[in-house]
Ligand binder design. Sequence first.
Ligand SMILES: [Zn+2]
Length: 569
Amino acid sequence: MAIRTGKEGFLSKLCCKNGLWIAFRGSMRKYLRFVSGLHEYLRERLEPLAALEQARLKLQSRITNRDQNFLNLLEKGIFGYSSSPYLELLKSRSIAFSDIKKWVEGDGIEGTLTRLQQEGIYFTVDEFKGKTEVNRNGIRFKCNERMFDNPFLSNYYEVRSGATRSAGTRVRIDFEYLKQRSLYDALLLHTHGILTAPIANWFPIFPGAPGMNSSLRFLRIGNAPRRWFSQVSQAQVDVNWEKSWGTQLIFMMAKLYGAPLATPDHADLNSAHILAEWAAEMLKESPRCGIYTFASSAVRVCIAARERGLNIKGTRFLVTGEPLTAQKKKEIEEAGAIAVPVYGISEAGVIAAGCNHPADPAISDFCHVYKDTTAIITHRLSVPHIDLEVDAFLFSTILYESPKLLLNVGMGDYGMVRKCPCDCEFGKLGFDTHFGNIRSYEKLTGEGVTFVDTDLIRILEKELPSRFGGRSTDYQLVEQENGAGLNHLRLLVSPRLGSLDERRITREFIELLRRSEDSPESWAQSGSLMWNQAGMLQVERTTPIPTISGKILPFHLVKPSAKVIGKKE
Ligand SMILES: [Zn+2]
């Protein structure tokens, strides 16, 4: 959780000779807005059954009014907002609001989005982050993420997420938006029989977007997590005073309002038995309990339970942050538990989750898309640095309170999207869009922590050769899942470089990650600690693996449902 101003922090602003008062006034306004938003949020919390009832009514109504909500947002947020980054693209194809209205009425939202994509109205993840120039329909320009901020938000605070690639990424979370999202949680927890069951989080305290957001959302629906375990301790992570202050304030205010939030207790990745013991204890009194964590962390809990003979049958693991692969799902189910995939993007929060009757159980991460607030289509995209062609997702936001206004924007993930009925509570409300086989083509995630490709490429191609000799093609990362469902990274180092201290390579690689330039600072700290705990990186003295076209690329990733560029099926 962060209310941060990064490099232009409060203290550095105070030191600025000319802008002292303005900066102070601006910051105070920000803090007051945060406190008053939190006050309202805590005051209006609900009992679980009332939250469920409200969820059913509101979600049903948003599904019914989906087309109209989409058009309203487009009319005000894009056509009525002169700084919108979409306007230039739309103008270049002479597309007016009336055209889009007509298309939505005729072909629905997804049909319209596909048509817009074919007209060049979309942004890839690199264009959205300002990494590459937009060059379409004869116009060229560069974006930055702030251009996509929703101009209508008021009571927001900012977080940085490990799921994004740019250091400049700040996502505004509006309290109203958290309220809207908590409706899905009521339905999701109810679907899995844990609406009133004991729940624990296992997420790092800082930067804390998943841990703090889910704590606040569950609090809102009357079932705040009983425990919060953190893979890293506060003392291990260097955070600025604003972050610590903001977090402390939330705990303090929640207590004042008679709804205390669990504060984080340290349980590192090698102490997964603490979670298993907690679940076993809860299950003595309740038929079910819930643990919300990363997919790998969930697997670690199941392994620890098996090793210690603890019964965790009845646990529902809500897993996020990394793909729920078939192997991870199997490991979790073998412990008598159930894995529920929860998919979120930092730009829009949680936008999909799995139900209790998945229409296609063969897909391990089959999710209902929260289609009342997000629309998803795919487009074919070539990804040169991994030599693959993928069906990349393009996301569009429909809800007025979204942190960013997205219209066909890629987030670096790909997979399949399918429309089909489902006999669960989500299906009955009209949630008929699913997606699954979700993987990333632009980031590397292990133990739920993501490092962006730009950092890894720089380390592999520049930093390692300058420290240990050789050239960029002498180093390669290979991502692999072992038989227990845990991921490892093999760092292949060409044998031609002669005798090298492998432990020093591992140590320096992790240290370089900790000082990553593009990965968000606090995630880089927590992430490098977690990768160390997990023994994530293993050096192997093997020649890097060439692609089918003979190239040596910095990554050799095994990616399902993607095909090698240029390879005929
Ligand atoms: Zn379902």
